[in-house]
Design a protein around this ligand. Structure first.
Ligand code: DGJ
Length: 705
C-alpha cells in the first residue's frame, strides 16, 4: 500500500490540508486548525456504503473515471481511440514557496499530469494542470479541467449573468442535486457568463457565512460547474471549452490550463472580496504603476463618436484640463476610413482627411495642458470594407466556404497567422513609438463565430495569441498603460488584468444601472481597476436622466473619468464635473487603496458602499438611493470595518442639491456631523436620511481619538 502523507498550505486565515498518496486529495479547506494533523487524519476517513463500489473513492484534484469517479472527470481525451481512461500516480512532489507542484504519471497511457497548487498570504488559492504527452502518437485532448472540492455544507450559490450594457448581474440560487453549469462559447470572456461564482453555506451574505469564491482566469470559452455527487460530496470545476479537434498533443508536447483562483472566507462575501482584492493588488496587477495615482480620464466616445475635427478635439482637451482631467483619450474614429461602424477596422493609419496636420499637434496640445494622451484601438478586428481586407481577405478567423455572421459589421483577424499578428504589432508599435501615448484603450466589439485557422478550430489559440500580442506590445512599451474593453465589460478577468491596468466596466454610463454593475464587479475586483465615467445627463444607453450629483458620486467610486463633450456642457454641469473630480482626487488614495465593504442595509432600496483605510484612520461611505424608500423611515446606516475602540467624526461630504426640500427635517447628524465610536457605527449606526430615488450622498468618517 502506498504510504500517505499530509501537507499543509497555510494562508493568513485559511488552510489547505492535502493528502498525498497515489493521488492528491484536499481533505480540508477552511479555517486553520491546530494539532498533529497526521493523528487527526483518522477523523476524516469515509465509510463505504452498500450499493456502490466496494472501495472508498477519493475526490482528487483531477477526478478519474478509472478510479471510479462517476462525476465529471478532470481529463477527457484519447490517442486514436486508446489511452482514454488514464489513472495517474504521483511520482514527484516538489514543495514551493506558498505551494506545491505534484507530478503524476500514467506510464501505460503515456501521460504526465503536473498540478500546481498554491495558497498565498491573502488566502487566495491558485491551481492549474499541465498535461504532457509522453508517448508516440498524437493525444487528442477533449477536456482538461481544474477541480477543487467543496464541503457538503456548501449548498447555495451566487452566480453571474449579464449582457451588453447590463454586466455583472448576480443571482442567488440553491445548489440543486443536479449541480450547476455555465458555458461561454462566445470567444471572449463575455458579458453573459463572467467566469466566476461563489458557493457558500445556507443564507451566506455580505457579512456572514462560509463562502468559497472561484475565478477562472481565462478570456475565451469556458465551462464552470459545481457538481453535487450522488453521495452528497461537492466539487467545483473550471475549464476551457476546447472545440472539436482543437488540442492535439504530439509526443513531448504539453497543454497548460488557465489558473483557477479561489478563496475561502468565514466572513461572508466581504471577507472573500477583501482577500481577492489584496491578491489582485499585490499579485495580479502589473506592478510598474502600483504607486501612481490613477489619472482622471476624459474619453471622447460619447462626446463626438466618429465626428473628429482636431481643432474641436483640442478645444475639448482645453476644457477637460480646466476641469481637472489628467488623461485625454481619443476613442474610435481617428483612423483611415472610419466614419461609422461599417468600415475601416484594420486600417491602422491616421485618417489624413480628418487629421491633415497629423496627430502630433493634438498630442502636443494635450501634453502641454499637463494631461497624458491615450488612443483607442481594436487590433483583433477587421471590416470587409477596409484596405486590409481587400489586400488580405485570407486573414479572417473563419472556416473557408462558410459565410459567418458579422458582429457590429466586423470580423475577427486570425492571430495565428503570423503575418497578420506581425502587422498588428507593427501598427501598434508605430503609433506608440511615434507619439507620446501613455495609454491605449484596447477594444473588442464582437463575439467569435467559427474561429478557424487553416480549417481547424482555433478558439483557444486565438485567446493565447491575443495575450501574446498584448505582451509583445507591453514588452516594447512598458510604460504604456492598457485598458481592456470589449464593448464595455466583455473581457474582464484576472488573466487580462495581468497585462492591463483598467477595465471599461460597461458601455452603460447610467448611474442607476452602474450602481448594480459596479457592485457585481466589486466581488472580485478592487475599485481602482473599474473604469467609471460621468456621462451626459441624458444617458445614451438608457435615455434616463440623472443629476450631476448622482452621476458624480457613482463614478467617484471607481477609476473616475468623464465621457461627454465638455464644450457643449452648461456652466452648471461643468462646475459639477470639476467638483466631483476634485472630490475624487482628494479621496483617491483612500478609494483606491482601502478596504471595500458592501454594506448591508435595512431597506433594499438603498445600496451602500464603504471604503475603510487600511490603518482604520478614515472611511468614506456612499449611500445610494436606488428606488423609492419602502417605508417613510429607512432604518439605520451601520458602517462596518472601523476601529471599534476609536472615536470617529462623521460628516456629510456631498448630498443632493434638494436635500432639505422634501422633508420637515432630516436627521440632525447629516447637518452638524457627530462623533461616534467604531463599534457604535457598526452595531447601532445612524438614522438614515430621506432621499429621493436615484440620488446619493457621501459620508466621511475620520478617526479623532
Ligand atoms: C465599445 C466601447 O465600449 C466604447 O467605449 C467605444 O470605445 C466604442 N466601442 C468605440 O467603437
Amino acid at each position: 500500500m502506498t504510504v500517505k502523507s499530509l501537507i499543509e498550505l497555510v494562508g493568513t486565515h485559511t488552510q489547505l490540508m492535502v493528502e498525498m498518496g497515489d493521488f492528491a486529495e484536499i481533505l480540508h479547506w477552511g479555517l486553520p486548525v491546530k494539532g498533529n494533523i497526521d493523528n487527526s487524519r483518522l477523523a476524516l476517513q469515509r465509510p463505504v456504503p452498500y450499493g456502490r463500489l466496494d472501495n472508498d473513492v477519493a475526490m482528487t484534484l483531477s477526478p478519474e473515471l478509472g478510479r471510479g469517479v462517476f462525476s465529471s472527470p478532470g481529463l477527457e481525451g484519447h490517442r486514436n481511440g486508446q489511452d482514454w481512461a488514464p489513472v495517474f500516480v504521483i511520482t514527484q512532489i516538489t514543495p514551493q514557496e506558498e505551494g506545491t507542484v505534484i507530478v503524476s504519471e500514467d506510464a501505460k497511457a503515456g501521460l504526465r499530469l503536473t498540478t500546481e497548487l498554491f495558497l498565498d498570504t491573502f488566502d487566495v488559492v491558485k491551481t492549474r494542470h499541465t498535461l504532457t504527452n509522453l508517448k508516440a502518437g498524437a493525444y487528442q485532448v477533449n477536456r482538461l479541467a481544474n477541480t477543487l472540492p467543496l464541503p457538503a455544507r456548501a449548498n447555495e450559490l451566487m452566480t453571474f449573468y449579464g449582457r451588453w450594457v447590463k454586466e455583472f448581474q448576480t443571482e442567488r440560487q440553491a445548489l440543486p442535486q443536479g449541480g450547476y453549469q455555465q458555458e461561454n462559447r462566445r470567444g471572449r470572456t463575455s458579458h453573459e457568463h463572467y467566469p466566476a461564482l461563489v458557493a457558500g453555506t445556507a443564507h451566506f451574505n455580505e457579512m456572514q457565512g462560509d463562502v468559497w469564491g472561484f475565478h477562472f482566469a481565462w478570456s475565451g470559452n469556458h465551462r464552470l460547474r459545481v457538481d453535487v455527487k450522488a453521495d452528497g460530496r461537492r466539487v467545483m470545476q473550471a475549464e476551457v471549452i476546447y472545440l472539436p479537434g482543437e488540442v492535439s498533443l504530439q509526443q513531448g508536447e504539453s497543454l497548460t490550463t488557465p489558473w483557477l483562483y479561489a478563496s475561502y472566507s468565514h466572513q461572508g462575501l466581504n471577507g472573500m472580496s477583501h482577500q481577492f482584492h489584496s491578491h489582485v493588488r499585490r499579485s495580479i496587477l502589473p506592478c510598474e504603476f502600483a504607486q501612481k495615482p490613477r489619472p482622471i480620464h476624459l474619453n471622447t466616445w460619447e462626446g463626438i463618436y466618429f465626428d473628429h475635427h482636431p481643432d474641436y478635439i483640442m478645444a475639448m482637451a482645453t476644457q477637460a484640463a480646466d476641469m481637472g482631467v489628467e488623461r485625454f483619450i481619443i476613442d474610435d474614429g481617428w483612423f483611415k476610413g472610419r466614419n461609422g461602424d461599417k468600415a475601416g477596422l484594420g486600417d491602422w493609419f491616421l485618417d489624413r482627411e480628418k487629421y491633415p496636420q497629423g496627430l502630433a499637434p493634438v498630442v502636443a496640445h494635450v501634453n502641454a495642458l499637463g494631461m497624458e494622451f491615450g488612443l483607442w484601438f481594436e487590433p483583433e478586428m477587421i471590416n470587409k470594407d477596409s484596405d486590409l481586407f481587400r489586400t488580405h481577405p485570407d486573414w479572417l478567423l473563419a472556416v473557408d466556404g462558410y459565410d459567418q455572421p458579422t458582429g457590429r459589421n466586423q470580423y475577427v483577424i486570425d492571430l495565428q497567422n503570423n503575418a497578420a499578428f506581425n502587422f498588428l504589432f507593427e501598427r501598434l508599435d508605430h503609433f506608440l513609438s511615434q507619439y507620446n501615448i501613455a495609454y491605449i484603450k484596447w477594444d473588442m466589439n464582437r463575439e467569435v463565430v467559427q474561429p478557424g485557422h487553416l480549417g481547424q478550430a482555433a478558439a483557444h489559440q486565438q485567446t493565447q495569441r491575443y495575450y501574446q500580442l498584448v505582451d509583445k506590445v507591453r514588452a516594447k512599451h512598458p510604460t504604456v498603460e492598457i485598458e481592456s474593453c470589449a464593448a464595455g465589460g466583455g473581457r474582464i478577468d484576472f488573466e487580462v488584468l495581468k497585462r492591463t491596468h483598467r477595465f471599461w466596466a460597461s458601455d452603460n454610463n447610467d448611474a442607476l444601472e452602474r450602481q448594480t454593475i459596479q457592485r457585481g464587479m466589486s466581488y472580485f475586483f478592487p475599485p481602482e481597476v473599474m473604469g467609471s465615467h460621468i456621462g451626459a445627463s441624458h444617458c445614451h444607453s438608457t435615455r434616463r436622466r440623472h443629476s450631476i450629483a448622482f452621476r458624480g458620486l457613482t463614478a467617484l467610486c471607481g477609476h473616475m473619468g468623464i465621457e461627454l463633450d465638455p464644450v457643449k456642457e452648461s456652466a452648471d454641469e461643468k462646475q459639477g464635473f470639476e467638483h466631483y473630480i476634485k472630490l475624487h482626487k482628494m479621496l483617491r488614495p483612500l478609494l483606491h487603496g482601502g478596504r471595500t465593504w458592501r454594506v448591508p442595509t435595512d431597506d433594499q432600496a438603498h445600496q451602500v458602499h464603504a471604503v475603510v483605510a487600511n490603518d482604520l484612520s478614515e472611511a468614506v461611505v456612499l449611500v445610494a438611493q436606488l428606488a423609492m424608500p419602502t417605508h417613510a423611515l429607512s432604518g439605520h446606516l451601520r458602517i462596518p470595518g472601523l476601529d471599534p475602540q476609536a472615536t470617529y467624526r462623521i460628516t456629510v461630504l456631498d448630498k443632493p442639491s434638494n436635500y432639505d426640500d422634501i422633508v420637515n427635517y432630516q436627521p440632525p447628524w447629516t447637518e452638524s456631523g457627530c462623533e461616534l465610536t467604531g463599534d457604535w457605527c457598526e452595531s447601532v449606526g445612524l438614522t438614515m436620511p430621506i432621499l429621493d430615488a436615484e440620488t446619493a450622498m457621501l459620508i466621511k468618517c475620520e478617526k479623532i481619538d
